[in-house]
Design a binder for this molecule. Structure first.
Ligand SMILES: [Zn+2]
Length: 636
């Protein structure tokens, strides 16, 4: 653990002021100066909210304003720089306690004021004896699993305790110390550039056990309504340490299923009310990352339930976890046959190629696309494809092949003669229908002319706010308006996902881009960090993409944003975000500045700062399109 070094770094920034280099990285070479502001001395904490729970190691950030640029501020005894407009951002070390009271004192001349900020530190429990964290019990609720399948159980309790579960049938299950649960907070793992912060002390308060008790299996599936009998309800957890014993009920109902996996249909809108994206998202484990994107109507099998998640068995060796609400028992009885894939057909359309893959029923699929090829895996399927029709006047698809990769899995491989610009898939009847599109014909002299570009001003709802109360929805929209004006002036057709302050949810933004057949999507945001990550060391400019065909656009925009803003270059990153997830066009999301850094928030309040950001976006798009034009030369 590097507590000492880390605190030293914070102290250098906070106490001895900023080096020229550090200041440049906060203010940005291209950003306007922070204006001087005078007003009544008043401490306002913009973040974290009083009484909130924050998760961090030794230190975390606090920001707000004192109302006057000439004031001084101390927080928990540490001097904090105040920007000319009265805003401040502090990185403070706080004691290892669950309940915190942070003292803030502001002074200006003879005038002074103090404020107390009360916080709760997540994950810290000052307790003695046989304590147990009731919120740490995993899993809880309704669990249904196939006979023979082990069920891991985890809990957080007093270090050095002896822990056992007393099952209703009289059996006893002993827990062991868990050696792999001491991970740093996900925010630190994802955003902290200091690798030393990945190493954390072992608290020794995590325990694990595996429930293998074979209850009598009962009739019934993964759906709700716990059947009577053969159900482990209300096991008791017993924690003993140093002569102290605590017993608590574990709210868990475990059912062993007698049924084989049941045939199901995925449908996120069973009432046909509209307003959904018609995609069910699957995860590798119940709280894992998004991995599967299964179109409405997909047929497959379910064999386990864990709380509100259901496990799908896509093929004999591939699973996905999806929300129970999206899973419906199939009307037709399961006849245990695999879907049969017929002969695929390519058809050229004016600016795209269509691929129809006939199936006897809508089987689950996954798609892996690079800019040169697409690999389509169809699960629970066998191929009977005798013919592959390439279509008249169709040159974009260079090759289309398939193979039976496993007993119940077909892989279709498509390669292209130019970089793939976008793809999409839908279920049509029982068939899978893909669209693939090549790069548009870009005019090298006027790369933006006639390009259809969607600009998405990020938020509301939500969005990060700065020390003086400027929030992302307003800042992002101001930048987006300038981007739109400049793109239109250069000949582009621009659609905005919002042009006012009203809320627009995420998926309708992507749906709008689809509806105008966008060629590019740029989502404009300003950044924030998770609690416990040092903004002085980890703020800067970054650009996110998700699919390989968007990487070149992300790189081009990132280069021009960094050149215009002059902040630390955090690079491009793959991010599974709602607005980078579309596949039909290159889609990126820019995080130009950090709302919480006083100099950057102040810049976002000024037209000069907004123009800098907008210039980076527009120049980046133009540079990317010029590259497309060059690589496209000689093409029809
Ligand atoms: Zn945002």
């Amino acid at each position: 653990m590097t507590t000492i070094k880390r605190l030293t770094v914070a102290a250098v920034v906070l106490v001895s002021g900023l080096t020229a280099n550090a200041r440049a990285q906060r203010t940005g070479a291209g950003l306007p100066r922070v204006p001087l502001r005078h007003g009544p001395l008043k401490i306002v904490v913009a973040y974290p909210a009083p009484g909130s729970t924050v998760e961090f190691g030794d230190s975390t950030f606090i920001f707000g304003s004192v109302g006057d640029g000439d004031a001084t501020l101390t927080i928990a005894g540490q001097a904090v720089p105040v920007a000319p407009n009265g805003a401040w951002l502090a990185w403070v070390s706080l004691p290892h306690d669950s309940s915190l009271v942070v003292v803030l004192t502001a002074r200006r001349g003879q005038d002074s004021t103090a404020s107390l900020l009360r916080l709760t530190r997540a994950g810290w429990v000052r307790q003695s004896g046989a304590w147990v964290d009731r919120r740490s019990l995993v899993p809880v609720g309704d669990v249904r699993l196939p006979t023979g399948e082990p069920l891991p159980l985890t809990v957080r309790a007093a270090p050095g305790a002896s822990i056992r579960m007393l099952l209703p049938g009289g059996e006893v299950l002993r827990f062991a110390a868990d050696s792999i649960a001491d991970a740093p907070p996900e925010g630190v793992r994802a955003f902290d550039r200091d690798e030393r912060n990945l190493h954390r002390p072992t608290p020794g308060d995590r325990y694990v056990a595996v429930l293998r008790t074979d209850l009598n299996p009962v009739a019934g599936g993964w759906e709700s309504a716990v059947p009577n009998g053969s159900v482990a309800v209300g096991p008791i957890l017993e924690i003993a340490v140093g002569g102290d014993t605590t017993r608590i009920p574990w709210p868990l109902a475990v059912t062993r299923l007698s049924e084989p996996p049941t045939a199901i249909v995925l449908d996120d809108d069973p009432q046909r009310q509209g307003g959904t994206d018609r995609i069910t998202i699957g995860r590798t484990f119940p709280t894992g990352t998004y991995t599967w994107f299964l179109p409405q109507g997909t047929r497959t099998h379910a064999d386990m339930r864990l709380g509100d998640q259901v496990r799908l068995r896509l093929s004999h060796d591939v699973i996905a976890w999806v929300p129970a609400a999206d899973v419906h028992r199939a009307a037709a009885p399961d006849d245990a046959r695999h879907a049969i894939m017929g002969s695929p057909t390519l058809t050229a359309e004016s600016d795209r190629v269509n691929l129809r893959i006939p199936l006897t029923r809508p089987a689950p699929l996954s798609v892996d696309a690079t800019d040169r090829g697409v690999t389509i895996t169809i699960f629970d399927a066998v191929s009977d494809a005798n013919w592959t029709r390439y279509g008249a006047n169709q040159r974009f698809v260079r090759s289309l092949t398939w193979k039976q990769e496993a007993a119940d899995r077909v892989v279709v491989a498509v390669t292209f003669d130019r970089p793939l610009w976008g793809w999409r898939v839908r279920v049509d009847g029982t068939d899978l229908v893909f669209d693939f599109r090549p790069p548009p014909a870009v005019d090298p002299a006027h790369p933006l002319r006639r390009r259809r570009i969607v600009i998405d001003p990020g938020h509301p709802p939500g969005g990060a706010c700065g020390p003086t109360g400027l929030c992302e929805p307003e800042a992002n929209l101001n930048i987006a308006h300038i981007v739109r004006e400049r793109l239109v002036a250069a000949g582009a057709t621009v659609t905005m996902t919002r042009s006012g302050p009203h809320d627009v949810e995420l998926w309708p933004r992507a749906a709008l881009a689809d509806s105008v057949d966008a060629e590019l999507l740029i989502s404009i945001h300003n950044n924030a960090l998770p609690d416990g990550v040092n903004p002085f060391l980890n703020s800067g400019t970054s650009t996110f993409f998700n699919h390989p065909q968007a990487l070149a656009l992300a790189r081009a925009v990132q280069v021009r944003l960094v050149a215009n803003l002059g902040l630390r270059d955090l690079g491009v990153a793959r991010g599974d975000l709602a607005l980078t997830r579309p596949t039909w066009y290159p889609a990126i999301l820019t995080e130009g500045l950090f709302m919480m850094v006083p100099e950057q928030e102040a810049a976002l309040r000024t037209p000069a700062g907004q123009r800098r950001y907008a210039a980076g976006v527009v120049e980046g798009i133009a540079a990317f399109l010029r590259d497309v034009a060059r690589s496209n030369q000689g093409r029809p």
